[in-house]
Unconditional design. Structure first.
Lengths: 477, 207
C-alpha cells in the first residue's frame, strides 16, 4: 500500500483523523475490499501486542527508589544553612510506611491524625469503590444517564443487582479489614492516601454520592447504572475517556450516545460479513449445550465447596456454569477455543439446524473440518466481543453471589493472588473473581499472580477491550 | 519556553497527577509516594519492552523518579503529568541505549532466545505455516513472537508504539513526549505498525 494511504489508515485506526478525512477513509472502506483487508490485518496485529506482558514492581523496587530519593534529599539539606534543614531521614520512609502501618497495624497501630481508625471505618465503602465513585459527577448525572436507557437491558430497564458486600456495622468492617492480606491492606492504604489528597469539598461530594446510592429509593438502580457506565468506559481508549470527562453533563451524555452509536455501527459492519445476531446467539447456545452434556465431569474439576454451591443452583445457571468451566479449561475469559475438543460432522450438523440460510451456506462451503472449526471459532469470538461491548457478557455469567465470591477469594486463593486482585478496580476484580471461580482446582493453584494481573491466560483474541475506530467529534464548549 | 499561567492553571484543574506533583513541589512526601505508586509499574513496563532488559528498565525507572524529585522545585505544569514523566523517561532511555550501542559486545533490545530457551522467529514461522504438525501456538510462543517483532523496530518506532499501546497516548502527546511533530509521529507510527503487521502476519491465523 502507498505510504500516504498507510499513514491515513493507521491514523484512522487510532482515531486521529479529522472528520472529513475520516469520512473519506470510511467511504473507501465500504467500497474497497483490499483496503478493508489491510485495516483488519493492522487491527489484528495491533491486538497481538496485548500479548506483551505488563510489569509489576515489587516492594524492593519501591523501597530502594525511596531510599535513593532520601539520599538526594539528605544531600540537598546538607547544602543548606543549618537553620533551614529538616529531618529528611523521615522522607520516603515514614510517609508510605506510616499510612501503611495505620492499616497494617490496625487496632494497635500508631495514630497519625485524630481518630484515624474511625475515619477509615466510616469511609471504607467509598474507598473500596473509589474508582467507581470518581466517575459519577453527581446523582443527577446518574439519573440523567439512567433516563437515557443506554445502560439498561434491551428494554432500557435497570434491575438492581447487589454488588460486593461491605458490612454496615463498624465491628464487621473492622473484622473485614483484619482479614485482609498485607497486600490488600497496603492497597487500601494507598486508596486512603488518594482520598485524603482530595479537597474536603471533593471528599464530601464522593460521600454524598455514596449516601444517595445507599439511601435513595432508586439508589440500587443508579448504582447498577454507574457500574455499567464504568464497565463501558473501559471499552474506550484513555484519550477518548478523557475527552468525554472534559465535557459538561449534557454534552457528555450526547458524547456517550455518539460513541455507543459508532460502536453499534462497527458491530453492524462486522455482522454484514458474519452471521446474524440470531446466528451468534445460536452458536453460544450450541457451545452451552456441548458443555452441558459434559457438566458432571466439568463440575468434578472444581473444589467441593464450589461444586456444592453450583449444584444447588437452578438448571439454567448450572448450564451457564458448565459453559464457563469449559471455557476456563480450553481458553480464557470470553475466549472460546476449541483446543482438544473433537467436533464431528454430526456436531456441525446439529449447529447448522439453528443457523440462518446464509450462515449455513458459509459453513457448508468450508469443505474440511479444520476450516469449519476455524469459522465457528471466529463467529464465537465475535459473539463474545459483541456481548462484552453491549454489557451482555456479564449477564451470561451464572449468578455466583457476592458472599460466595468473597468466601472463594478468602478460602481458595493464595495471598499473592489476592494481593494482585486488590490492586484492580472493583469491576475488574469482580470479573476476574468470576472467571477464577470456574477454574479447575489444579489450574487455580498454578495460576500465577502476574497472569491474573495481565488478565489471565487466554486473554486477548476475542476478549475486551476493543478500540472503536474514530474518536467522538468534540462538541464545541 | 515558559508556560503561561492560564496553561498551568488548566493542567492543574484537569489532571489529578499534576496536582500531586504540585504537592511534591510544595514538600509533600506522601504525594511523591502516590505518584510513584501510580507510575512505577507503567514506567517499568514501557522501559522493559524498549530495552529488552528488565534490570536495566528498573534502573532507568529509578533514574526517572530521581529526576522528577530533583526537578520538583522548578516544576510548572505545561503538559499532562504523564506526558512530562514519559518525556523524562524517553530521554533517560535514549541516553542509555546510545551508551549501550557503543559497546559492540552488548546486544540492545532483542531478547536472547537462548536465555528464554524458546524458538526463533523462523522456527515459529514454520510452525505457523502448517509445514509442521498443525497446532495452535501457545501463549508463551505467541508472546515471544510479538517480542521479536517489536525487537525488529528501531528504538524510536518502539517507543512510539509503546506509548500508543500501553499509555494510550494521542499523537499530540506522543509528539510532545518524543519532541517531534505530530505529523512526524503519524509517519513514524505508520511505518512501525506496517513493520509489525509484516512480522506478525504469518501468526495472525494461529493466534
Amino acid at each position: 500500500m502507498d505510504n500516504p494511504d498507510n499513514d491515513e489508515l493507521i491514523a484512522y485506526l487510532d482515531g486521529e483523523l479529522d472528520p472529513p478525512t475520516t469520512q473519506k477513509v470510511e467511504e473507501r472502506l465500504k467500497n474497497d475490499p483490499a483496503y478493508r483487508q489491510a485495516l483488519a490485518l493492522h487491527e489484528r496485529s495491533w491486538d497481538m501486542l496485548d500479548r506483551l506482558q505488563r510489569s509489576t514492581v515489587g516492594e524492593n523496587f519501591t523501597r530502594s527508589t525511596l531510599e535513593m530519593v532520601s539520599l538526594v534529599a539528605a544531600g540537598e539539606q546538607q547544602a543548606l544553612p543549618a537553620a533551614r534543614r529538616v529531618d529528611w531521614r523521615r522522607f520516603g520512609m515514614l510517609s508510605l510506611v506510616a499510612v501503611t502501618a495505620l492499616v497494617l497495624g490496625y487496632g494497635g497501630g500508631r495514630a497519625i491524625w485524630p481518630d484515624p481508625n474511625r475515619k477509615l471505618l466510616d469511609d471504607l465503602p467509598i474507598l473500596e469503590d473509589l474508582d467507581l465513585y470518581e466517575q459519577a459527577d453527581s446523582i443527577d448525572f446518574l439519573r440523567k444517564l439512567a433516563d437515557t436507557g443506554m445502560f439498561g437491558d434491551e428494554a432500557g430497564q435497570v434491575k438492581a443487582t447487589p454488588g460486593l458486600v461491605v458490612p454496615e456495622a463498624p465491628a464487621d468492617r473492622r473484622t473485614e479489614i483484619a482479614r485482609m492480606t498485607s497486600g490488600e491492606k497496603e492497597h487500601l492504604a494507598r486508596k486512603l492516601q488518594r482520598f485524603d489528597a482530595y479537597s474536603s469539598d471533593e471528599q464530601q461530594r464522593l460521600r454524598r454520592i455514596f449516601d444517595s446510592l445507599s439511601r435513595d429509593s432508586d439508589g440500587k438502580q443508579l448504582g447498577e447504572v454507574l457500574i455499567r457506565y464504568h464497565e463501558w468506559l473501559e471499552t474506550l481508549i484513555s484519550s477518548v475517556r478523557e475527552d468525554l470527562n472534559d465535557l459538561e453533563e449534557d454534552e457528555r451524555i450526547a458524547g456517550i450516545r455518539q460513541l455507543k452509536h459508532e460502536q453499534a455501527q462497527r458491530r453492524d459492519q462486522e455482522l454484514k460479513e458474519a452471521p446474524t445476531e440470531q446466528d451468534l446467539a445460536a452458536i453460544i447456545d450450541w457451545f452451552e449445550d456441548f458443555a452441558w452434556q459434559n457438566h458432571q465431569p466439568l463440575l468434578a474439576t472444581l473444589s467441593d465447596k464450589r461444586r456444592h454451591y453450583l449444584e444447588d443452583l437452578e438448571e439454567e445457571p448450572r448450564r451457564r456454569a458448565s459453559l464457563w468451566i469449559w471455557m476456563a479449561q480450553h481458553g480464557g475469559p470470553g475466549h472460546l477455543r476449541l483446543g482438544q475438543v473433537h467436533l464431528t460432522e454430526t456436531d456441525f450438523g446439529h449447529l447448522a439446524e439453528h443457523l440462518s440460510p446464509g450462515a449455513r451456506a458459509r459453513l457448508d462451503a468450508a469443505e474440511e473440518l479444520p476450516e469449519k472449526r476455524k469459522l465457528i471459532f471466529q463467529w464465537a469470538q465475535t459473539a463474545i466481543r459483541h456481548r462484552f461491548e453491549t454489557g451482555k457478557l456479564r449477564r451470561m455469567l451464572p449468578a455466583v453471589g457476592a458472599s460466595e465470591l468473597q468466601r472463594f477469594a478468602r478460602d481458595e486463593l493464595s495471598s499473592a493472588q489476592r494481593d494482585v486482585l486488590a490492586q484492580m478496580t472493583r469491576e475488574k476484580k469482580l470479573r476476574e473473581l468470576q472467571w477464577l471461580y470456574f477454574l479447575p482446582e489444579d489450574r487455580l493453584t498454578a495460576m500465577k499472580p502476574e497472569d491474573i494481573a495481565a488478565g489471565g491466560p487466554g486473554h486477548g483474541g476475542g476478549g475486551p477491550p476493543h478500540r472503536p475506530p474514530g474518536k467522538p467529534q468534540r462538541q464545541p464548549k | 519556553m515558559g508556560v503561561s499561567q492560564s496553561t498551568a492553571r488548566r493542567y492543574e484543574l484537569q489532571d489529578p497527577d499534576v496536582r500531586l506533583m504540585l504537592e511534591v513541589r510544595d514538600g509533600s512526601a506522601a504525594a511523591f509516594d502516590e505518584l510513584m505508586t501510580r507510575y512505577q509499574s507503567r514506567l517499568v513496563t514501557v522501559l522493559d519492552h524498549l530495552t529488552g532488559r528488565r534490570e536495566l528498565a528498573e534502573d532507568l525507572a529509578q533514574e526517572v523518579f530521581l529526576r522528577v524529585y530533583r526537578a520538583r522545585s522548578r516544576y510548572v505544569p505545561g503538559a499532562k503529568f504523564s506526558t512530562w514523566l514519559f518525556t523524562i523517561a524517553n530521554n533517560v532511555a535514549s541516553n542509555a541505549l546510545r551508551t549501550l550501542a557503543r559497546r559492540p559486545e552488548v546486544q540492545v533490545a532483542p531478547r536472547d532466545p537462548n536465555v528464554s530457551g524458546s524458538h526463533s522467529l523462523d522456527h515459529l514461522a514454520l510452525a505457523a505455516s502448517g509445514l509442521m504438525p498443525t497446532r495452535q501456538l501457545d501463549k508463551a510462543e505467541l508472546q515471544e513472537v510479538v517480542e521479536q517483532a517489536m525487537a525488529k523496530l528501531n528504538p524510536r518506532q518502539r517507543m512510539a508504539v509503546l506509548l500508543s499501546k500501553f499509555e494510550e497516548m494521542s499523537y499530540n502527546d506522543i509528539a510532545e513526549t518524543m519532541e517531534m511533530s505530530p505529523q512526524a509521529i503519524k509517519s513514524l507510527l505508520a511505518r512501525a505498525r506496517d513493520n509489525l503487521r509484516e512480522a506478525l502476519e504469518p501468526y495472525l491465523k494461529s493466534s
